[in-house]
Design a protein around this ligand. Structure first.
Ligand code: GLA
Ligand code: ZN
Length: 682
């Protein structure tokens, strides 16, 4: 990836020296050295500084920064700086300004503020990327490109409307095809001219300013989601190609937001264009660690298990939450190793030095307003920096090997949550998380994969609420199961195709034969209401009674074996858990949203059937993950608890990399402590 330039986990982060006088830069370099920093992301928000007017470009300050970084053995992650346009551009070319969901033309301000279909923006952002590539193509500090910053906005301007029509023409070819796909005879929406189509916003199809998902016409809103994700990808690709034209072997990426599970952008569609995936990770202290773990696993899944960069995290507090707690002692280190444990090859912060003014002046930083190294946060950062130097390159590129895959699909997510009925309580991420937690809690490694992934390497493939079955997916799942795989899906699956049109002939549509059942009705439960899953016979660790809720399918087996029945309501005695033998494999159906104990037992039973074993038995709150490289395994044990905890490592002597000692048998982990054990990959 980095042509042998890198021999350790990269360590550093966003650095904005342009906000400070030169004397401070020297001090920064001294502090970087103390902290073991070897990479700085620069130029992220410097467009206005670099281009004072239409024709003038001046990069003198950036030249100095790049040279200074090189002199101090710090790599540059060079940003193109196009995530906030200059004020003069907005004044002169208002087409760069967004129109929001409510139809208001915005004025200059904030950041992430440029219309992706603005001709001005496209031209100037591409030109900026070219200028930077031309200028720094041979610079010895240059390691990596950071295009824009946290893509993600929605625009409803006239240029976007025009571009949407062009996008639709390309997708559908004819208005007849579009009218059919959107089912426009409903509520008299038949279109006779492309120009009649307007963007779905609060002024047209959408119902609520607070809940942007609520739409009267799913087809158009879903296509707008796809279109906006593609539009932003288009602006990324402009810059990507501009850089690659000048530096063909440049490593180019952009930082992905919302801990990697950012709804508006289909990151699986973006991933092929990222040379390495890069995650911005901002958990809060009250977030269950499995939530963060799942997002790391999704990041790793974007590029088929390749390692990724932890591009941003806070060394301590955030500023953009209502209440911004400090990261407690040891937590920054612990969460950094969590990222490494799950596939990250860097630990990077936002930000290196806390800014003096504006929105982020109270956001955590390696160097605080005090300006020196005598702070708790700096000490913790420097200790971690030292450890990463000691660790060296052993872990770089090491892979996580999982036997279980969770199928994750952005288009399914969009479509599912645009749906009006059957339940507003149905949230894709939370169903996904429940299944994930069942494995995480038992230290069983899981991959999150897209619908294009090769499934054959997994013993178990789970697709929670696979509401939308895109073309080819049902056949793929059938082949996987026929070939001996175990496939699990749930209620509200196989309902629609890629245009959100319900497949006639009974749910679960294209999955009906595979699952050996059909669903006649779907009951929606109130939030406090539950039904029961009653096992007919114990099966593995499944046995007795469990609670379920949210939605309950009323289904009829067509060949599937009934393993459990509902315990309540007029549909008591109807199947809630079924298994269909299909070829060499099995297709399971979970007809409601079960409680955690059911999912734990289901996960345990299915893994036992497949011979997939927990990495280690450990108490709750002790996370275990494993990376493997060149026949060596690196087992990470992370104690998220406030109390010490013991784990049994077994008889084999292994080296613990952070302390350099060998261990086996029962060892005690202090609160927030980490072990990395190296041994043979058996
Ligand atoms: C995002 C941005 C950064 C910074 C941080 C603050 O991740 O990319 O520029 O604003 O949030 O948490
Ligand atoms: Zn626009």
């Amino acid at each position: 990836m980095f042509k042998g330039k890198i021999n350790k986990i990269l360590y550093g982060g966003d650095y904005n020296p342009e906000q400070w006088p030169r004397e401070v830069w020297d001090e920064d370099m001294r502090l970087f050295k103390l902290a073991g920093v070897d990479i700085a992301t620069v130029n992220v928000f410097s467009w206005a500084l670099n281009q004072p007017d239409e024709e003038t470009y001046c990069f003198d300050w950036l030249d100095d920064v790049m040279d200074m970084l090189h002199r101090n053995s710090v790599w540059a992650c060079l940003a193109t700086g196009t995530a906030a346009h200059p004020a003069w551009m907005a004044k002169r070319y208002p087409d760069v300004l967004l129109v929001d969901f409510e139809g208001r033309k915005r004025k200059f301000g904030r950041r992430h503020n440029s219309c992706p279909n603005s001709p001005t923006y496209r031209q100037y952002s591409t030109r900026m990327a070219s200028k930077l590539a031309e200028r720094y193509k041979n610079h010895p500090a240059l390691l990596l490109w950071h295009v824009n910053n946290e893509y993600g906005l929605r625009c409803y301007c006239d240029n976007c409307e025009q571009a949407f029509r062009v996008w639709l023409k390309r997708r559908y070819g004819s208005l007849d095809a579009l009218n059919a796909a959107w089912n426009t005879r409903f509520w008299g929406h038949t279109f006779y001219d492309w120009d009649e189509i307007v963007l779905p916003s609060l002024l047209s199809e959408h119902l609520s300013a607070r809940d942007v998902d609520q739409t009267a016409f799913q087809g158009i809103s879903l296509d707008y989601d796809r279109f906006m994700s593609d539009s932003l990808l288009g602006t990324y690709l402009d810059e990507y190609h501009a850089i690659k034209t000048i530096i063909p072997d440049a490593v180019v990426t952009t930082n992905l937001q919302s801990n990697g599970a950012y709804k508006p952008l289909d990151y699986f569609k973006w991933a092929p264009h990222l040379d390495i995936a890069a995650l911005d990770c901002y958990p809060t202290n009250d977030m269950p660690m499995s939530v963060v773990a799942m997002r790391h696993d999704l990041m790793r899944g974007l590029k088929n298990g390749d390692s990724y960069l932890l591009m941003e995290q806070s060394p301590s507090q955030l500023n953009w939450k209502p209440y911004n707690a400090l990261k407690r002692p040891g937590v920054m280190r612990l969460w950094s190793y969590q990222a490494i444990a799950r596939g990250a090859d860097s630990v990077m912060f936002f930000q290196m030095r806390r800014s003096a003014g504006a929105f982020e002046k109270f956001h955590g930083a390696v160097i605080d307003h005090a300006g020196h190294e005598h702070t708790r946060v700096f000490r913790e950062c420097a200790e971690l920096g030292g450890e990463l130097q000691e660790l060296g390159g052993k872990l770089l590129g090491a892979r996580v090997e999982a036997g279980v895959a969770l199928l994750f699909d952005w288009e399914n997510w969009w479509a599912l949550e645009h749906s009006s009925g059957p339940s507003a309580g149905l949230k894709y991420l939370s169903e996904m998380q429940s299944y994930y937690d069942a494995f995480y809690g038992q230290n069983i490694q899981v991959d999150l994969v897209g619908t294009d992934a090769d499934l054959s390497r997994y013993g178990l493939v789970i697709a929670p609420v696979l509401y939308m079955v895109k073309p080819g997916v049902a056949d793929k799942l059938k082949r996987y199961t026929e070939g001996g795989g175990i496939f699990v899906t749930t209620f509200f699956s196989g309902i629609v195709g890629e245009s959100d049109l319900v497949a006639a002939g009974g749910y679960p549509g294209e999955l009906r034969e595979l699952l050996g059942l059909w669903v006649e009705e779907i009951d929606a439960l109130f939030p406090e209401q539950h039904n029961r899953i009653v096992m007919k016979e114990p099966l593995g660790s499944l046995g007795g009674d469990y609670a379920c809720g949210l939605l309950c399918d009323l289904l009829h087996p067509e060949g599937a074996e009934v393993l459990a029945e509902y315990g309540e309501e007029f549909y008591r005695g109807m199947p809630v858990l079924t298994r269909n033998r299909y070829g060499q494999g099995e297709a399971w159906y979970v007809a409601s949203s079960p409680d955690a104990s059911f999912l734990r037992d289901l996960a345990g039973s299915l893994c036992a059937m497949r011979g997939i074993k927990p990495l280690l038995e450990a108490a709750e709150g002790i996370e275990v993950s494993r990376r493997v490289k060149d026949g060596r395994a690196f087992l990470f044990i992370l104690n998220h608890n406030h109390a010490a905890g013991a784990v049994d490592l077994g008889p084999l002597e292994q080296t613990e990399l952070l302390s350099g000692t060998t261990m086996n048998g029962t060892v005690t982990l202090q609160p927030k402590d980490v072990l990395i054990l190296e041994g043979p990959a058996l």
